[in-house]
Design a binder for this molecule. Structure first.
Ligand code: SAH
Ligand code: SF4
Length: 375
């Protein structure tokens, strides 16, 4: 079988090369060609011996994702939809800011957690993405943007695992993908600029702390178990006390000295002053101890099937004030790319949904980039 080299981190590639009778430094060269230069054709890898290039051509390939569509929001956000077979599609979003470029990456087609406010959750679970499919999103986006923006230097400085899917329910495929993203011979992201976002898979938070402690964001959304059981069904398995204890354990290994809690503001559901006060009690440090978390309030991005509404701006502001007044660092997330349905929780992803997505694109004066080459 032909191996897809996007499936391998550097150790995996070294083992593969060893089986071909090659030394580790050859794997490093190959890894750099693929990830730093975006080359998929072995014949172009000019500093590899012809014999090795021929061997690779017979046994391996660098196979990216199949692009279905691309659109550009008025605010510069780009959303790509990739076909992953079997009627499934996944989405990747690039969010440019003055001082950074962030890529929001998917980890699964669909999601099994089934949060009430999440469009991916409403679709149900289709399958885990492979390492190649996770890495392939960054590989494509980085090299596409370099070419499109005519900038030879690195464009993506931050990756957030906040696209479709629950990354910690696809741990075995996620881990090598994170290692590729961090590797200096590939994308060289720092651990603080690579964030895994989870709805709270407690045992896997502990494993991540041991294996690859990148920045951690935890989707909280409720200050008590009764409400969280309802919004994030995984809470019935791993209730708040266990989740918060795992977050505190993670801090010992984390690249930052805080955990980010995400809290999606749902009108009349979890946005009352009482909820803010409960939240303060839940996360405030013990007397004399240092703050250990930050709160990121996300305005809900509505979609019809949820039956939920976004909290009014003033309510988000007064909720934030209760937290800030209690000494908890709180930010309100700016929504980006909502004109192209690229905002949090709007990632649709089923090919069957595409007609809807396409109509919306047409309505919203989406500016298409130049035709994209298929890889
Ligand atoms: N499964 C992981 C990562 C993907 S979701 C997780 O749940 O953390 C990324 C973030 O988007 C999460 O914080 C999630 O709660 C939030 N989100 C999901 N649906 C949303 C919506 N409709 N509006 C705003 N944020 C949403
Ligand atoms: Fe899955 Fe995250 Fe959506 Fe919940 S919010 S359904 S965990 S993708």
């Amino acid at each position: 079988m032909t191996a897809n080299l996007l499936d391998l981190d550097l150790d995996g590639l070294a083992a593969f090369c060893q089986r071909l009778g090659e030394k580790r430094f050859r794997a490093t060269q190959l890894f750099r060609w693929i990830h730093q230069r975006g080359v998929h054709d072995f014949s172009q890898m000019s500093d590899l011996a012809k014999g090795l290039r021929d061997k690779l051509a017979g046994q391996a390939e660098v196979r990216g994702l199949r692009l279905l569509s691309q659109n550009l929001s008025g605010d510069g956000t780009v959303k790509w939809l990739f076909d992953v077979g079997g009627g499934n599609a996944i989405e990747t979003v690039f969010i440019p800011e003055d001082d950074r470029g962030t890529l929001c990456v998917s980890s699964q087609a669909g999601c099994a957690v089934g949060c009430r406010f999440c469009s991916t959750g409403h679709q149900g679970f289709s399958r885990n993405l492979s390492t190649a499919e996770i890495v392939g999103q960054l590989w494509f986006a980085e090299h596409f943007l370099r070419e499109h923006l005519k900038r030879p230097e690195r464009i993506i400085s931050n990756v957030v695992m906040m696209g479709m899917g629950e990354p910690l329910q696809n741990y075995d495929q996620l881990l090598p993908a994170l290692r590729v993203m961090l590797d200096d011979h590939a994308y060289g992201l720092s651990r603080r600029r690579l964030t895994v976002s989870t709805s709270g898979v407690v045992p896997m938070i502990d494993r991540l702390a041991q294996d690859c402690p990148v920045a951690l964001a935890v989707s909280l959304h409720a200050p008590n178990d009764a409400l969280r059981d309802n919004l994030v069904p995984l809470n019935r398995k791993y209730p708040l006390s266990e989740l918060l204890a795992a977050c505190k354990r993670y801090l010992v290994h984390a690249p930052r000295d805080f955990i980010t809690f995400e809290y999606c503001m749902l009108d009349g559901v979890n946005d009352q002053p009482e909820h803010a006060r409960q939240l303060v009690e839940l996360v405030k440090p013990h007397a004399g101890a240092k703050a250990w978390c930050k709160l990121n309030l996300i305005p809900f991005n509505p979609f019809e099937a949820s039956g939920l509404l976004r909290s009014p701006t003033e309510r988000v502001a007064s909720f934030a004030k209760i937290l800030s007044d209690a000494g908890i660092v709180t930010t309100v997330r700016k929504t980006r790319g909502d004109d192209i349905a690229a905002a949090c929780g709007q990632l649709a992803g089923s090919v069957l949904d595409r007609t809807r997505v396409d109509e919306r694109m047409a309505r919203q004066r989406t500016v298409l980039l130049k035709p994209v080459k298929e890889i």
